[in-house]
Design a protein around this ligand. Structure first.
Ligand code: PFF
Ligand code: NA
Length: 451
């Protein structure tokens, strides 16, 4: 069977950036920076980008491009005994996708709520009570649960249509809409944010550097974890996406562009979010909003801030939740593509048929998270994925490939087709720095969990 290709280089980059930019950039990065040294966090963050993020992107792009397979097939072609690692990564991505989709469905519902500011003045109790129905007991069917259910199914249908349509007419085309719109919306919200009264205080909170934090191992663990999650590396995705690259592709350049656009987006999102938080503090007379991170940042604190805006409340609300939806959908589709490509190649079944079965089964599993207890399960699973998922797939990947595979084979593959030649930096990053960083991460997270 002829392997499908991206229609253009831009198409590939938009898809890779689409996978990378996700919920994590909007609701995890800003708070993580704030909590881990503010401006000083940018040092470990960019260090992790340069010593792990970009080198591993180069590695995964050249693996997929050379072997022309999804993650299991690519691993198997590197070494017949390594196929399991590809499946392992798909499994971890699968765990992410079944809860990620529910958050996307919340974002879609909140686009609607924005139109009337339906969340009222008590945005936290609206979110957990009226909307999620948490007060009605874990498995009770109340609140907007039917709405959430239907929206989650709709997100799966969108995913199915995109993947069914193929790499070029589906995934590439969808990202050509999602990503430009996403960036324009971010810029609009950013401009609105930094022109609000109090914005400067918010940015001070975010960037005020606390250099003592750099001596704290936890801050480095956070930086490496965020880079892996954010760039979608070690999750089977970037291998799969790069397997659709045409023969002549500048691997090194693509990796740098993807890495820098993603991290640039994160920093800009941080500026937007914190200038808005600064505005809230300004309005409420110095009080820090209760919830600064994760689900509550997006679905309670931001709506609260929107209520306070002097004008265009509904417009900003709609834009914010559309951006969350688009960021989420493009990442969600990338995870599912990685799984569907892997299964298709294993079973020799038509892609469209696999897409249908996969979507159906994954959709049914994801419905667990649409119940009233969804938020609790989501919290647990999300914590587990962030503490161990990255280390379990990333660490194994860099050790196997860095130590038990001749990385020169990959280097000989990507150097001739790339404009920009990489030096010994790449080898050291893959073989020494990243395994060490992820090894320490794994140990620290285990110690944290069981102490
Ligand atoms: N990179 C996306 C984010 O930061 O939200 C999420 C993500 C997508 C994580 C795909 C992992 C993954 F396999
Ligand atoms: Na995305």
């Amino acid at each position: 069977m002829q392997r499908e290709n991206w229609g253009s280089r831009v198409g590939f980059i938009l898809a890779a950036v689409g996978s990378a930019i996700g919920l994590g950039n909007i609701w995890r990065f800003p708070y993580m920076a704030y909590d881990n040294g503010g401006g000083a966090f940018l040092i470990p963050y960019f260090f992790a980008l340069v010593t792990a993020g970009i080198p591993i992107l180069i590695m995964e792009f050249s693996m997929g491009h050379k072997m022309k397979g999804g993650a299991p097939l690519t691993m198997a072609k590197l070494n017949r005994k390594w196929e399991w690692l590809g499946w392992w990564q798909i499994l971890i991505s699968f765990i992410i996708t079944v809860y990620y989709v529910v958050v996307i469905s919340w974002a879609i519902n909140y686009v609607g709520f924005s139109m009337t500011l339906a969340w009222g003045n008590e945005t936290i109790s609206f979110f957990t009570g009226d909307y999620l129905g948490l007060t009605g007991g874990p498995f009770e069917f109340g609140g907007f649960q039917l709405t959430i259910l239907i929206t989650t199914i709709s997100a799966w249908v969108i995913n199915f249509i995109v993947i069914y349509s193929g790499v070029k007419s589906g995934i590439e085309r969808a990202n050509k809409i999602f990503i430009p719109v996403l960036i324009v919306i971010l810029l609009i919200i950013l401009l609105r944010g930094i022109t609000l009264p109090g914005a400067a205080e918010g940015l001070n909170m975010l960037f005020q550097p606390d250099f003592s934090k750099i001596a704290d191992g936890k801050v480095w663990v956070a930086a490496y974890g965020q880079i892996f999650f954010s760039l979608s590396i070690a999750f089977a995705i970037m291998i799969t996406y790069s397997s659709y690259l045409p023969k002549k592709s500048d691997i090194v350049n693509n990796a740098f562009i993807t890495g820098f656009i993603n991290c640039g987006f994160s920093v800009l999102a941080g500026i937007a979010i914190f200038s808005i938080l600064g505005f809230m503090i300004h309005q409420s007379g110095g009080e820090l909003p209760a919830k600064l991170s994760g689900v509550f940042l997006a679905f309670a604190t931001i709506p609260e801030a929107i209520n306070e805006l002097p004008a265009f409340q509904k417009t900003i609300g709609v834009l914010f939740f559309i951006s969350l939806t688009f960021a989420g959908l493009s990442s969600f589709i990338s995870i599912n593509e990685a799984a569907i490509a892997g299964i298709t190649e294993k079973l020799y079944k038509p892609r469209k048929k696999v897409a249908a079965w996969y979507t159906l089964i994954a959709m049914i599993i994801s419905l667990i998270f649409t119940t009233g207890s969804g938020l609790y399960i989501l919290d647990i699973v999300d914590h587990f994925i962030n503490s161990f998922g990255v280390a379990m797939s990333g660490l194994v990947e860099v050790i196997l490939i860095g130590w038990f595979f001749k990385t020169k084979i990959l280097k000989d593959h990507f150097q001739p087709i790339s404009d920009f030649k990489v030096g010994i930096w790449w080898d050291i990053a893959i073989k020494v720095i990243t395994p060490a960083a992820l090894g320490i991460t794994a140990i620290m997270n285990f110690a944290n969990e069981f102490s």
